[in-house]
Design a protein around this ligand. Structure first.
Ligand code: NAP
Length: 249
């Protein structure tokens, strides 16, 4: 029986992916900042572990408790839209701490065991926003694009040990808590210079969302990557993500 560890399982793509693998007889290590067993059906194959990806001790504890991991999914993340000029550096650093450095830290923590077993898969959830230079999300894009670049180089570094690295790029999803969190971090709506630009940009973005990405699209993409060793490095997940990827060439 194979084991998958997923970060950010309290909601959204992480929770859906954990449930998806649980239903398919995998052993699931569902990690989150505030552990909640009640989100899942009871199962002997499930363990809920505390894990804050920005906390080195929390990472050490979770990896130690986890044992062998076949697939790691670095999913924890958030967005904080704002005109860059109005963004405080604390938020800039927080976006990188969670979306970028958290992913790198977890990956570094599992690589030794995967290398030793000559087998393992790391799936990094980034974003299809990295395909498009949209305004207001520059720092979030940069944090996710850094993970894309990191993953591409790492893939060719660890292939020799039988370890695969993949990037799943979801499109825009209204099914998760992502938009609520982004709204809570939103800056600039009252700013005398940027308010009008903000309103127009947000209206344009909402109109162009289209069918969007379902949580299931992400769970299925991770499932395909886990099962198929010939999966491509980059996998857009969701109808909008597939379209953006095609447009980006
Ligand atoms: N929804 C979209 O439109 C979209 C599009 C492209 C990519 N993504 C990416 O998909 C991933 C999942 O997002 P989602 O849409 O499912 O949103 P979500 O429902 O808000 O889930 C985000 C998860 O990340 C967790 N998290 C945040 N900071 C963390 C930390 N320091 N340590 C551990 N966990 C942390 C949250 O936990 P708490 O409950 O503790 O906050 C939550 O479980 C993110 O990386 C996001 O950037 C989302």
């Amino acid at each position: 029986m194979k084991t998958i560890m997923i970060t950010g399982c309290s909601s959204g793509f992480g929770l859906e992916t954990a449930r998806y693998f649980l239903e398919r007889d995998w052993r699931v290590l569902a990690t989150m900042r505030m552990p909640r067993e009640d989100l899942f059906p009871r199962s002997e194959r499930l363990r809920v572990l505390q894990l804050d990806v920005t906390d080195a001790q929390s990472i050490r504890n979770a990896i130690e408790a986890a044992g062998p991991i076949d697939v790691l999914v670095n999913n924890a993340g958030f967005g904080a839209p704002a005109p860059f000029e109005l963004m405080d550096m604390e938020t800039v650093r927080a976006l990188f701490d969670t979306n970028t450095f958290g992913t790198m830290a977890l990956t570094q923590a599992v690589l030794p065991q995967m290398r030793a077993r000559r087998s393992g898969v790391v799936v990094n959830i980034t974003s299809s926003v990295t395909y498009k230079p949209l305004p207001l999300v520059g720092v979030y894009r940069a944090a996710k694009a850094a993970v894309n670049a990191f993953s591409e180089s790492l893939a060719s570094e660890v292939q020799q040990f039988g370890v695969r690295i993949h990037v799943v790029l979801p499109g825009s999803s209204g099914e998760t808590r992502f938009r609520d969190t982004a709204r809570a971090h939103l800056r600039g709506m009252e700013d005398e210079v940027y308010a009008d630009f903000m309103r127009k940009t947000i209206a344009r973005m909402s109109e162009s969302t289209g069918a969007g990405t379902r949580m299931q699209d992400v769970a299925e993409a991770v499932w395909r990557v886990a099962a198929d060793a010939s999966s491509p490095l980059h996998i857009p997940a969701g109808a909008d993500a597939v379209q953006w990827a095609a447009q980006a060439g």
